[in-house]
Design a protein around this ligand. Structure first.
Ligand code: GLA
Length: 363
């Protein structure tokens, strides 16, 4: 049978940390590394998965799609979880031979999992035509795999930005209405992404703990989600919350407010102010959400002292992984060299550095 290829990029979160599952606002971009799946359909119901970037392979039948647990490789969960979700959405799934390759550094917080989910969803929809799914439904199939096969109670930031991003634009997502808008970033804007090498594993429990703190905050404030509180209202009702839960709420409520300000910065081409919001976001991660680490703090602090880096922050779930740095194009080469050297001097190893513009979503 004919082989088909699908591709889904990694994403970087520009602003709006942990806002998605609180029904808040977020800004993201797709970046220039990604996951490719070559696939061919089968007449039976067997799935054979092989990969270059992930360890081992996986074979099983469609009716054996159950979450894989360690010590077995767990990456197939993102593929078979999506398969299961698509079946529930009405896709008549047949077997497939899928070969996966990726250029996304695993554990970097750049959403290798969402890229795998979305490349899988597009591949399986191609191999099993007949049922059309809207982009939001495709994104939700990926989220379903995270919730039920990987155990991470994530929002939809990753899947939507991987699927729907646009070249040279920031992807704005309202995680309540799921309105998605593309806001021009300007030709000159380039990003440097630095992977600290501290691997972030969202299924380690920290992510779900933060999620629980946010739900607790909303409950104590008497609102459905933290999206329903403004920074002013949160201050007025601070006494309702235990100290830790209050700080978690300050971060999330502040992030949605910062995204709203950032949208207006983009409308006016004011990238300097946009960058300041990124620095503020990182400070709030450190002080309020406690989802940064020493290495990420070093990278962001270094950027604050580099003339030409407008803003920097951790990107994604946190607890290790990557930082994102906003620069003018002519500064990226110099910045990449000096930040790599400074990091090596401090931690004894070179970090992984990627230069990227905002890229197009999956296809
Ligand atoms: C991870 C999750 C997303 C989002 C970010 C933090 O990437 O998968 O849903 O919550 O963390 O903003």
């Amino acid at each position: 049978m004919n082989e088909r290829t699908t591709y889904a990029p990694a994403r970087a979160e520009l602003l709006g940390n942990h806002t998605d599952y609180n029904e808040g606002l977020v800004l993201a971009i797709a970046i220039n590394v990604g996951t490719t799946i070559s696939g061919s359909g089968r007449a039976d119901t067997q799935f054979n998965l092989s990969s270059e970037g992930f360890p081992d392979s996986w074979s099983g039948w469609i009716d054996q799609f159950t979450p894989q647990k360690e010590p077995a490789p767990t990456w197939p969960n993102y593929v078979i979880g999506v398969g299961q979700a698509l079946q529930s959405a009405g896709v008549a799934l047949k077997g497939a031979d899928l070969h996966i390759s990726t250029t996304i550094p695993i554990g970097s917080g750049l959403s290798s999992s969402a890229a795998l989910e979305i490349a899988t969803a597009l591949q399986l929809l191609k191999l099993n035509p007949g049922k059309e799914l809207a982009p939001l439904e495709i994104a939700k199939a990926g989220q379903w795999a995270e919730h039920h096969f990987s155990g991470v109670k994530c929002g939809l930031l990753d899947q939507i930005s991987v699927l729907m991003s646009k070249e040279n634009h920031a992807t704005f997502i309202d995680c309540r209405s799921f309105e998605v808008r593309h806001l021009p970033l300007g030709e000159e804007t380039e990003f440097v992404i630095v992977h600290s090498g501290v691997n972030h594993a969202l299924d380690s429990g920290d992510y779900n703990e933060r999620h629980a703190d946010c739900s607790e905050a909303a409950k104590l404030l008497g609102v459905p989600f933290l999206r329903d509180v403004t920074p002013g209202e949160l201050e007025e009702r601070r006494s309702l919350l235990p100290e830790r839960v209050y700080r978690r709420a300050v971060h999330v409520v502040g992030e949605t407010a910062r995204v709203a300000s950032a949208v207006s910065c983009l409308a006016h081409g004011n990238m300097d102010s946009f960058g300041k919001l990124m620095f503020e976001s990182h400070r709030s991660s450190v002080e309020n959400f406690e989802n940064s680490c020493t290495e990420q703090d070093f990278l962001v602090n270094f950027s604050a002292g580099f003339d030409g880096c407008k803003g920097a922050r951790l990107s994604g779930g946190g607890f290790g992984g990557a930082t994102i740095h906003l620069l003018d194009q002519e500064k990226t080469a110099e910045f990449s060299a000096v930040i790599g050297d400074a990091y090596e001097k401090q931690f004894g190893r070179q970090p992984l550095i990627l230069k990227t513009k905002a890229c197009h979503g999956a296809h």
